[in-house]
Design a binder for this molecule. Sequence first.
Ligand code: NDP
Length: 286
Amino acid sequence: NKTPVTVIGLGSMGHTLASTFLKAGHPLTVWNRTPEKADDLVAAGAARAATPAEAAAASPLVIVCLVDHAVTRESLASAGKAFADRVLVNLTNSTPDQAREIAAWAGENGVTYVDGGIMATPPLIGGPASFLLYSGDREAFDAHRDALAVLGTPHFMGEDPGAAALYDLALLSGMYGMAAGVAHARALVTAHAGPAKAQEFSQTMLLSWIQAMLSVFAGMDAAKMADESPLDMQAPALVNILEASDAEGVPPMLAAHLLSMMKEIVDAGFTDVLPPVIDDLVGRLG
Ligand code: NDP
């Protein structure tokens, strides 16, 4: 007597969500624009719906995981009133305002809305490292918490439907910043010593360096940090990254962008330290 679940969208993430519900014993209905992506799920016991409306009608809990907000909005609108009386959990990545827009649509159409963000890649879904953020209708979240927990640890971020998206994007921002740094570090070592060395370097030294720095950031006290590692020490290091990248033929955009960001932060009044070197460099970059 597990809650029947519908999953709309069987891309690499949606398909993983669907098979995870199925393996956990939830009766499953699926819809995808390209129907063949459901073949293996149907062979394993899922029902295939012909339209989003038919999919929504099949289960009290409907999960949507599509490529973006526009496609999600179209798919929901095309279903007319089929989502009425359903709990809709939208796991498509979106902005807080997009989440609020769908919440407003839900309110007008008798749909109970929970927005969500998935903090995991498909292989991590259902495992101990997977967690998901939710916001919106608290009662519906509580009612379906156990079903949602098969995907990863559920965290309720607030009744503002945009809250989950905000925290999701904040976490992604941390990840993308780090990923860009990792890609640039690998490019520098690849240019200098070849790809095999870069691979070895990233699995050993780069990994332990990032882990050590993450523990510094986690406990970061901005005032103390400014004292120990002031901006006028950081700026020349960024200039050195930029110049060394240039010399190795690696595009220096990341360091240049970080320098511009530093200048904007300084100009916005967050600190009165503006090392002349940043001004000079940002000037040269145009
Ligand atoms: P995919 O690109 O693998 O899948 C996209 C899905 O959207 C498919 O089901 C596709 O259908 C459907 N789609 C695209 N365009 C249309 C359209 N015009 N009409 C109807 N359906 C359409 O993406 P993912 O599954 O990886 O990602 C889905 C969501 O999950 C995104 O918001 C993503 O940010 C989020 N997410 C993904 C993670 C990941 O690592 N993959 C991690 C965390 C979140 P079709 O099969 O017919 O093309």
